[in-house]
Ligand binder design. Structure first.
Ligand code: SAM
Length: 328
């Protein structure tokens, strides 16, 4: 049995939010006034995540991304990752982090089996970084990125959420980084997530506009997609060591090729990031469900994956869960 939905999409990619806790408070991700955090006992334990991962792998998942909240704030993460990485049948484990704790932990991450990193960095200006994230941490992130390069993490992707009036004036400078560093700079369209974020749809900048700004330093040459590629359209400036990517979940929906399933920190399966549909799997698991019963929950969730989301600038339906619990 494989995770295949009713539109014949094979879901081989599981994104796991291992905690809803984060050391930053980014304006696009968590409400400034705060939000109710999960109780510790409501967050999946590592043993539970491993059990569900084993089941998912038997059902065809071969790629897992760890995200959050901030995965590197969870105690025990460096002991957990090698256990996950060594699960038979899993081909790729990657991590999305805000990079604050990277520098001091990169060697541990490397030896735990992580090679592919996504680091969120929305600005190169110290004050603006502090405004966006609520923390004066730009230096820490830049130092972490430099060390990641020295330790030959490959690829090192930098996720930039582009927001009108906040950091859209910097996209050319961020793109230029790819001319001197081997980083893949990925410009992501802002998505309205979390009930309180709907008012911010005015942040949204379509990728078509971002692309015009990004093209200023030179022609963007398309790059061939590779095996573990996500939905980014990939480009490179001539001779550049790095790359540019555009991820356009709102204006160029890639739903038709979506191969993702999400496991939230609270133990729910989510077949679509931008839909409120989620299925509790922690409850049945804690109530003693067998592997077969848990497999059935996975299969049914996959089958019911919506064909597409319906969020657009004209239709900003609020997605009520917080990104930190879902994991982005
Ligand atoms: N703490 C980690 C980090 O900062 O990368 C992982 C969690 S974060 C929720 C995962 C990704 O979601 C980040 O790359 C972030 O930029 C993206 N993200 C969060 N809120 C978003 C939004 N409203 N629109 C687009 N991307 C968003």
């Amino acid at each position: 049995m494989q995770l295949i939905d009713q539109y014949n999409r094979r879901l081989n990619y599981l994104r796991i939010s291992i905690t809803d806790r984060c050391n930053l408070n980014c304006i696009y991700c968590t409400p400034r006034q705060g939000f109710t955090k999960l109780r510790h006992k409501d967050i999946l334990t590592y043993e539970e995540i491993l059990r569900l991962s084993r089941i998912a792998i038997k059902l065809g998942v071969n790629k897992i991304r760890l995200t959050g909240g901030e995965p590197l704030v969870r105690r025990g993460i460096y002991e957990f990752i090698p256990r996950l990485v060594s699960l038979p049948g899993l081909e790729d484990v990657s991590l999305t982090t805000n990079g604050i704790y990277l520098k001091d932990n990169l060697k541990k991450l490397r030896s735990s089996g992580i090679k592919r990193l996504n680091v969120s960095l929305d600005t190169l200006k110290r004050k603006k970084y502090q405004y966006i994230t609520g923390h004066d941490g730009l230096r820490q992130v830049l130092d972490g990125l430099s060390l990641a390069k020295e330790l030959a993490f490959e690829p090192i992707k930098i996720n930039v959420v582009v927001m009108k009036g906040i950091n859209d004036d910097e996209v050319t400078d961020l793109a230029r980084l790819s001319l001197v560093e081997p980083y893949h700079i990925r410009f992501i369209e802002y998505m309205p997530l979390g009930a309180s974020n709907t008012v911010h749809f005015s942040y949204h900048v379509p990728s078509s506009r971002i692309k015009v700004e990004v093209s200023r330093p030179g022609n963007l040459i398309p790059v061939q997609k590779s095996m573990y590629d996500g939905p980014a359209e990939r480009f490179r400036f001539k001779g550049a060591p790095g790359e540019i990517g555009f991820i356009s979940p709102i204006t160029h929906k890639f739903c038709h090729q979506c191969n993702r399933l999400r496991l939230t920190a609270s133990g729910c399966l989510r077949p679509c990031l931008l839909s409120n549909q989620e299925v509790d799997i922690k409850g049945p698991m804690r109530a003693g469900a067998s592997e077969e019963e848990l497999s059935r929950i996975f299969l049914k969730t996959a089958l019911n994956k919506p064909y597409a989301h319906h969020v657009s600038s004209l239709n900003p339906i609020p997605v009520t869960a917080q990104m930190s619990s879902i994991g982005g």
